[in-house]
Design a protein around this ligand. Structure first.
Ligand code: SF4
Length: 379
């Protein structure tokens, strides 16, 4: 079963060739209430979401992603990621426009250099779906932030001149919205820089527009392999047969796949949902890499969950799914402090012995075990 077979009535006359053509999907992005009216029953709240967030952050959803939405349930986890909510217009004192201070650490426009060995390279402002929880909603979707050819060339030149840069994360927006030629020009230029050892690509296309992962794109990605490709599935419902095919193709092209899930209230802040998602991803060859605490960005506070909730989910995963399926639970500290990892407390007690310490651990079942810990200063 694929989404063409279950597409909404509004798309019944669309041919399979068009439906699976990523450019057709991009051209037919749903943007206004009237675009959605033929696809799902908009709630009063969603109508208010459109009017109250106008001018703040554009709405954009591919027909493919819209077809994953429950047409009659406004709480559908896919729908909530794509349709605006009046809460986005509310402001909390702690919210920040640029929560990770990416703009403050830009030596040249569109390139953030915070850690000595890594840069974040912003190459486009466009995405197939403008996710309501986007941490870069200050600029993603805004035509004024489009990365020009000159800006990209300036970023590449900066990387060429800075031999400390070993790792480049190509991001945006979604870099896979670029044409094959434009994307490959960037990736090829990075591969030509001797000191760049790792090239990463951050893209949500496998989730929002898996048809973008064409055989011809993958043939070209294979020429610059390995690419560390991190994607962003948030809910098991997004792991469709088309998404799985896209992941398989990327694997065959030599990409190393990881998933960066964002913890979102009412969408995936539930241990069984995360477990189901991670199982599906593992079976498709994509390793759950991060479970990210939602940032302090403007207009996304209604999506945020407590840190305690995240730890409960981590505690539930451990032991019930192989370690490969347990991501790092990470908070990206505001102001550019970087990532810190949170883990449930397993060490319950430590007592001092003559030659070693005795440590009591709790395991995933809640059973306790004693462990002899070598203490260097005793020997
Ligand atoms: S795909 Fe990524 S960059 Fe684009 S809107 Fe979604 S979260 Fe933001």
């Amino acid at each position: 079963m694929n989404t063409y077979d279950t597409r909404p009535d509004a798309y019944q006359s669309v041919s399979l060739d068009d439906w699976t053509d990523w450019r057709w999907q991009q051209r037919h992005q749903l943007r206004a209430p009237e675009d959605f009216e033929g696809v799902l029953e908009l709630s009063d709240r969603e109508y208010r979401g459109f009017s109250q967030t106008e001018g703040d952050f554009r709405v954009g959803v591919t027909p493919y992603y819209a077809s994953l939405m429950d047409p009659s349930d406004p709480d559908c986890p896919v729908r909530r990621q794509g349709l605006p909510d009046p809460e986005e217009a509310r402001r909390a004192d702690f919210e920040r426009r640029d929560p990770l201070a990416e703009e403050e650490h830009m030596p040249v426009q569109g390139l953030t250099h915070r850690y000595p060995d890594r840069v974040l390279f912003y190459v486009t402002h466009h995405c197939p779906v403008f996710c309501r929880h986007c941490t870069r909603k200050r600029k993603v979707s805004d035509p004024k932030t489009a990365a020009s050819t000159g800006q990209i060339e300036q970023g590449l030149e900066y990387i060429r001149q800075n031999r400390d840069v070993r790792d480049v994360l190509v991001s945006g927006g979604d870099p896979l919205t670029l044409s094959d030629d434009r994307l490959m020009a960037i990736l090829g230029a990075l591969r030509d820089i001797d000191h760049v050892e790792v090239v990463r690509l951050g893209t949500r296309n496998p989730v929002t527009l898996p048809y973008r992962v064409t055989e011809s794109l993958c043939d070209r990605l294979a020429e610059v392999a390995p690419i560390y490709l991190n994607t962003h599935f948030n809910h098991p419902r997004e792991v469709t047969s088309e998404a799985q095919r896209a992941l398989r193709r990327l694997l065959s092209a030599g990409c190393v796949l990881g998933n960066q899930m964002v913890l979102l209230r009412g969408i995936n802040d539930d241990p069984e949902t995360v477990m189901d998602l991670n199982r599906r991803l593992l079976s498709a060859g994509c390793r759950p890499y991060y479970m990210l605490q939602c940032d302090m960005a403007q207009g996304i506070t209604h999506f945020r969950t407590s840190l305690r909730r995240g730890l409960e989910i981590m505690d539930h995963l451990r032991g019930r799914i192989a370690g490969m399926g347990v991501p790092d639970f990470v908070v990206d500290l505001p102001g550019g402090g970087g990532k810190v990892e949170l883990v449930p407390q397993y060490l319950e007690e430590r007592s001092r012995g003559d030659a070693f310490d005795e440590v009591v651990f709790r395991n995933w079942r809640g059973e306790t075990y004693r462990f002899a810990d070598i203490v260097e200063e005793y020997s």
